[in-house]
Write a protein that binds this ligand. Structure first.
Ligand code: SAH
Length: 194
């Protein structure tokens, strides 16, 4: 697995209070390096994986980033520490609502949130310099590739069968040229569809 060395990623990990994003009954485990349940069968990802995926995105200040799978909102807050152009989509209404309120409370109120099926991306704000998918589909959604910036857009996405390990991929787009690099194996909750 890659080492996290980008100072911006390290600073973001230090800045975001993870305990605010975990349910109160798991507070004592908020800073342990493992995923935790957030209700509705979903989880907040383990911090080291959040850091590595953010590092792989190579996000620069001012760049526009789209996250699919808001969940607790933790990953989106990490992204917001690096750039002020964060867009995040969550399919489960309750989680989308809770994250929205938490962003407001923690000073991340300018994160753009949407309740919907992230398979289709967010055309209104495309293209995105970076796209991060935090649930695992069994194939790369074509609309997301289409919404990736042709000027070196990057996407980090786990792809694989639900219920098993998936491969994490780094996809890069230059013009109509799309390259895919397999990074390492991960375990994510399934990408669901409406
Ligand atoms: N990034 C989150 C991880 C949440 S787990 C965090 O930092 O906490 C993955 C989330 O993806 C779940 O909340 C799940 O409901 C959501 N999800 C699954 N399929 C989706 C889809 N098609 N569109 C949007 N969100 C989806």
């Amino acid at each position: 697995m890659p080492v996290v060395s980008d100072p911006r990623v390290i600073a973001a990990m230090q800045a975001v209070p993870r305990h605010c994003f975990v349910p109160t009954n798991y507070l004592d485990q908020a800073y342990n390096d493992h995923p935790l349940p957030i209700g509705y069968g979903q989880t907040i990802s383990q911090p080291s994986l959040v850091a590595m995926m953010t590092e792989m995105l190579d996000l620069q200040p001012g760049e526009r980033v789209l996250e699919i799978g808001t969940g607790s909102g933790y990953q989106a807050a990490i992204l917001r520490e690096i750039t002020d152009q964060v867009y995040t989509i969550e399919i489960i209404p309750e989680l989308a609502g809770t994250a929205r309120r938490l962003f407001e409370a923690l000073g991340y109120g300018d994160i753009h949130t949407l309740r919907g099926d992230g398979y289709y991306g967010w055309w209104e704000y495309a293209p995105f310099d970076a796209i991060i998918v935090t649930a695992a589909p069994d194939h790369v959604p074509a609309p997301l590739v289409a919404q990736l910036s042709p000027n070196g857009g990057r996407m980090v996405i786990p792809v694989g069968p639900p219920g098993g390990y998936q491969s994490l991929w780094l996809i890069e787009r230059h013009g109509e040229d799309v390259t895919m690099q397999r990074l390492f194996d991960v375990l994510f909750v399934p990408f669901t569809r409406e």
